[in-house]
Design a protein around this ligand. Structure first.
Ligand code: ZN
Length: 133
């Protein structure tokens, strides 16, 4: 793992949350992007070398809608940047972690991503992400 790339935060109202995070971080979101396969719209902020990703569900049965229903708004996942996602996926699988996708999938912000089940990481949903080159 190279570093924490971003922290994902589940929100009910993306526009309202963007206003709050723009004030909190001292600058506006630099991009909004929909990920249709996940049923989310994302909004990214830069915070020094790190990023904050706000996520709003676009459908009532999507993973973000479900997370908010269960636990309310708040931190949804921590994303680690990796050099070689397939290698990291194989390593983590061999270490006994449960991967939520067997193949890297296309995520927001030009990344290949893979999620690790929170049950295998003390309740934290972990995302691996690798820049699509
Ligand atoms: Zn993310």
């Amino acid at each position: 793992m190279v570093r924490i790339e971003h922290i994902g935060i589940a929100v009910k109202d993306l526009s309202a949350a963007e206003e709050i995070y723009a004030r909190l971080l001292g600058g506006p979101s630099y991009k909004r992007e929909a990920v249709d396969s996940e049923g989310v719209v994302t909004s990214f902020f830069q915070a020094g070398p790190n990023k904050i990703e706000l996520l709003e569900s676009t459908r009532p049965d999507g993973p973000i809608a479900k997370a908010i229903e269960k636990r309310g708004e708040g931190i949804h996942h921590i994303a680690f940047e990796v050099e070689d996602i397939e290698k990291e996926m194989a390593r983590l699988k061999a270490e006994g972690f449960t991967l939520l996708n067997e193949e890297p999938k296309r995520g927001a912000d030009n990344k290949w991503v893979c999620f690790i089940h929170p049950k295998s990481a003390n309740g934290v949903l972990v995302e691996l992400c690798q820049e699509i080159r």
